[in-house]
Write a protein that binds this ligand. Structure first.
Ligand code: XUL
Ligand code: CO
Length: 469
């Protein structure tokens, strides 16, 4: 049984002033009840112990809760104030508030049964008046979280430093024109890596929300990119020095908040890493809504990363075609989840990474319980994605069309091209003899119907028997 009382233990020890007890009193442990269940507080498809292709769902999916959207956010948008008045955010002293928030967070993690969480430094405690004070707060909260983790099974998937909210980052952080800002950001990353080491984080993330430019008219792009590369290099060196062996991840995003961000998409980020000799030290944290902002599907980004062996982790969410900005909605689109899991499984699954819900409940979904409904929906969606993708791969359901499509490269001139045994003169001679070309159908619709059939069958079928390893 998952230990579920650590928050009470801390509260009773007087480590939290103010509210004592459970923050989610009306919600118990979320269990798997199966597809026929009508209980909104139960998983219908995510069965953590169920084996899918040799591993349990829990081992495959490695779900994480995002601290910022779940415990810090209050629903404010550019036009309106917050709508979510969380009991754990009521205290005024930063450390009291931070500890209450951590207690709520661990209660939530344990009731939901997620193995991981993720945070930015500013999520776990507000910044102080000076950097020194901020660091003192962070040290205290890092110890507090460490104690909570010791009495729980929840671990840290990744942490990161927020280098985009405060006005000091107006021109960027590691790409700022102001060297003092660069140094400040470096100090935050140093502290972030100390915390990652202390809490045993499996990864450390860089998301460059302000690393980019608004106009080339005032931008030295070469200097900014070189500075960014040095920044990453120093992070790798410091991690080595302190013995932090987690995986570094870069999270691409094309725009928002900055008009043009340097880590635009997977391909751009990989080219950057190659150019500056950093590729051995970094993998990517790919986010669905960032992919769509870049004009790609999520599966495109995952495939590009997998091809270059840098598929690290994902931020699971979805955008809204009618809105077009980074809406960070909880993933409920089963079809997309199937295609994403298909790419992830094909690439060998997660190693240090996992599925972080970088997703927020909508502003009108302001009740505390909505946080559970949203995560249950997201976890069930990815569980279906996993099952369907695994079955598609097991049955090689899509392979035959691909094999037939590229058959011309398995023999004759095609094989010579593939093996690099030809040149333009030989190809021209061949083309002159074979200029009556015949193409075959690409069979898109048939393939989409196959995916639909697997999806619908998976939803219909009874839960699989427990496999043994
Ligand atoms: C912003 C975003 C970030 C990163 C972490 O769009 O995705 O929350 O995931 O900084
Ligand atoms: Co993200």
């Amino acid at each position: 049984m998952v230990k579920q009382t650590c928050y009470l233990t801390f509260a009773l020890q007087g480590k939290v002033k103010g509210e004592i007890g459970m923050f989610f009193k009306n919600v118990g442990m979320i269990e798997y009840e199966g597809a026929d269940s009508e209980n909104p507080y139960a998983f219908k498809y995510y069965n953590p112990d169920e084996y899918v292709g040799g591993k349990t769902m829990k081992e495959h999916l490695r779900f994480a809760v995002a601290y910022w959207h779940t415990f810090d956010a209050d629903g404010k948008d550019p036009f309106g104030d917050g709508t979510m008045f969380r009991a754990w955010n009521r205290m005024t002293h930063p450390l009291d508030k931070a500890k209450a928030r951590a207690e709520a967070a661990f209660e939530f993690f344990e009731k939901l049964g997620v193995p991981y969480f993720c945070f930015h430094d500013v999520d776990i405690v507000d910044e102080g008046a000076t950097l020194r004070e901020t660091f003192a707060y962070l040290d205290q909260m890092s110890s507090f979280l460490k104690e909570m983790m010791e009495t729980s099974r929840v671990q840290l998937l990744w942490n990161t430093a927020n280098m985009f909210t405060h006005p000091r980052y107006v021109h960027g952080a590691a790409t700022s024109c102001n060297a003092d800002v660069y140094a400040y950001a470096a100090a935050k990353v140093k502290k972030g890596l100390d915390i990652a080491k202390e809490l045993g984080a499996e990864n450390y993330v860089f998301w460059g929300g302000r690393e980019g430019y608004e106009t080339l008219l005032n931008t030295d792009m070469k200097l900014e990119l070189e500075n960014l590369a040095s920044f990453y290099r120093m992070a790798v060196e410091y991690a080595r020095e302190i013995g932090f062996d987690g995986q570094f991840l870069i999270e691409p995003k094309p725009k928002e908040p900055t008009k043009h961000q340097y880590d635009f998409d997977a391909a751009t980020t990989i080219a950057f890493l190659e150019t500056y000799g950093l590729k051995d030290h970094f993998k990517l944290n790919l986010e669905a809504n960032h992919a769509t902002l870049a004009g790609h599907t999520f599966e495109h980004e995952l495939r590009v990363a997998a091809l270059h062996d840098v598929l690290g982790s994902i931020d699971a969410n979805q955008g809204d075609l009618l809105l077009g900005w980074d809406t960070d909605e909880f993933p409920t689109d089963l079809y997309s989840a199937v295609l994403a899991m298909y790419e992830i499984l094909k690439a060998g699954g997660f190693k240090t990474g996992g599925i972080n819900f970088d997703a927020k409940v909508r502003r009108p979904s302001f009740a505390d319980e909505d946080l559970f409904h949203a995560h249950i929906a997201g976890m069930d969606t990815y569980a279906v994605g996993l099952k369907v993708a695994s079955r598609l791969l097991e049955d090689k359901a899509l392979d035959q069309v691909i094999e037939e499509r590229y058959e011309s490269y398995t023999k004759g001139i095609g094989l010579e091209i593939k093996e690099g045994r030809t040149d333009l003169k030989k190809l021209a001679a061949y083309a002159l003899e074979h200029d009556q070309i015949e193409n075959q159908s690409g069979r898109q619709e048939r393939l989409k119907a196959t995916v639909n059939r697997y999806l619908l069958n998976a939803l219909r079928e009874a839960p699989a028997e427990k496999e043994t390893r």
